[in-house]
Design a binder for this molecule. Sequence first.
Ligand code: CAA
Length: 421
Amino acid sequence: MTLSTVGIDAISLSTPRAFLELADLAAKRGVPVEKYTSGLGAVRMAIAGPGEDPVTLATDAAARVIERAGIDPESIGMCAVGTETGIDHSKPVASYVHGLLDLPPSCRVFDTKHACFGGTAALMAACEWIASGAARGRRALVVCTDIARYALGSPGEPTQGAGAVAMIVSERPRLLEIELGRSGRYARDVHDFWRPLNRRDALVDGHFSVACYLDAFTGAFDEWRREEERRGGGDPLARVVYHVPYPKMAKKADRQRAKLEGLDDAAADARFAREVAPSLAFSAEVGNIYTGSLYMAVASLLHAEASALVGTRIGLFSYGSGCGAELFAARVAEGAGGFARELALDEPLRDRVRLGFDRYEAIRRADAEETPRAGVLDESLPCDRTAFLGIDAAERRVYRRARPASGTARIAPRASIVAAA
Ligand code: CAA
């Protein structure tokens, strides 16, 4: 059995509580701020602080989407997490999320990894699982969660960020109906960006990584166009959403698309302003969140324009260094405008604090150099979000679920999830 409409039913973000203003970074690094704001298109970047890690970000995004979209947790039969910020060589981030949210035991739980493409691998697995009928009517929770770190003072530093995007994938989705089986794909074994097992910060061959992204876009776009022609075409894409390591990269990719279509530069710029720019607002505030970057751009687009786009077809381009890429299309569902408003997609961006530069450097240095001491749990972390308290004497990671505003404790009673006293 195959179902015709499967896709993203609901979406939510979470970001760390703090951000660094890129103007502050530019002043300290002796770089004109325009290089960041205009050259890269970024304004701020989210910085993960004490108690925040890929699990806490993922859990808070997932809890938000379940609550906001009115999902019965018992209906979730797959919990898949795309991440390249691994916290354990064996235990997946997804199993912590599954435990912290108290999802049903009858659930397929796993992580996917292919740099920033990992989230798309999870999303496609979920869509195809549901479309095949194997899900037997259950939904999937797909979460993309990452902390992007490059060495202090390196060219990559202004393109850091942190955050998670959680999506409910289901039949008859309320936001985006994904066109399965029509995508264009591309893969090539390259070393454009990598993070060896002993390192916290990523290594990157920056300009080569830009070239690899554009080559991958070309390859995926070529296959996508061939498939469109084979099927006799479809509606033109009203918007294209790209993987966004920094907003200017989406502009470069869109210029590449224009070149492949034979558009001149002026027409390409006008089309970019109309069809791509609305998806970049959240990224300019948060920075690169690797696996979630494409889906944060989807959220940004829906937040800005969902009502106007109902019934139209949009393109999504996912790129993961290493490298692998996929271009696919989705149709904006009936009612998506009102539903996107109910989801309040920008809410996590409203409630953040600005970090001073010295505090930023101190957080980054501590993060790079220190591994948590076994048996020391930090119970002083605020309770309004999920928190990573430390590792216990057996080197198990210990988390505490957020306490909702109502004051009712929602702390999962599991061995690796310890309640605050
Ligand atoms: N005013 C305005 N613009 C300025 C400027 C100024 N004063 N000074 C420089 N610029 C412009 C430059 O002209 C350039 O624009 P173009 O790209 O359009 O030519 C832009 O600012 C950046 O300048 P540089 O190329 O000199 O910057 P850089 O060499 O210091 O670093 C980078 C740029 C290579 C992207 C670096 O930030 C980096 O390594 N980032 C991490 C890797 C990355 O994000 N790669 C993207 C593709 S890989 C991917 O997508 C996977 C992933 O998520 C990591």
